[in-house]
Write a protein that binds this ligand. Structure first.
Ligand code: ZN
Length: 147
């Protein structure tokens, strides 16, 4: 049995493999997906009958969030379990298991996005910021709604 930290590292490596590089917004996607799956009591090791609706700016680095979600949930644009809509600045993702009423809505804290953009512009390496995000508790990253 892996502990949570080891499981997170594996998920991040898996997402990096799909995405082609490691960065903080990719890790945000991974952590977001894991939080939603935990809240919905969804098992990680099977293909999920989940519907995900993501609203975010469709430019990098923001769009990197999508690959973190796809790698972790196996809900993809291609299998139509992930729908994507462009937004001006907000990163908000809604997760729902098919046949269940529960919905989890997760928004990346705007001040975190600002902080990351400023650190990236100062030349702090993507990988360093990625592991910094990995170490942060969910409460510092996300605003969270469960219905
Ligand atoms: Zn990226």
């Amino acid at each position: 049995m892996f502990d949570d930290r080891e499981a997170l590292v594996l998920s991040i490596k898996n997402a990096e493999n799909l995405h082609g590089h490691l960065g903080p917004f990719l890790v945000i996607g991974v952590k977001m997906a894991k939080l939603a799956m935990k809240e919905l009591n969804a098992s990680e090791n099977k293909v999920l009958n989940m519907q995900i609706f993501a609203k975010l700016p469709l430019i990098t680095p923001f769009s990197c969030v999508l690959d973190g979600i796809q790698a972790t949930t196996h809900c993809t644009v291609g299998n139509r379990k992930l729908r994507v809509k462009s937004s001006d600045n907000d990163i908000t993702v809604t997760f729902k298991l098919k046949g269940q009423d529960k919905t989890v809505k997760i928004r990346v804290k705007p001040q975190l996005v600002e902080e990351l953009m400023s650190q990236l512009s100062k030349g702090i390496p993507n990988e360093k910021l990625a592991w910094m995000i990995a170490a942060k508790p969910e409460g510092e990253l996300f605003e969270f709604q469960k219905r």
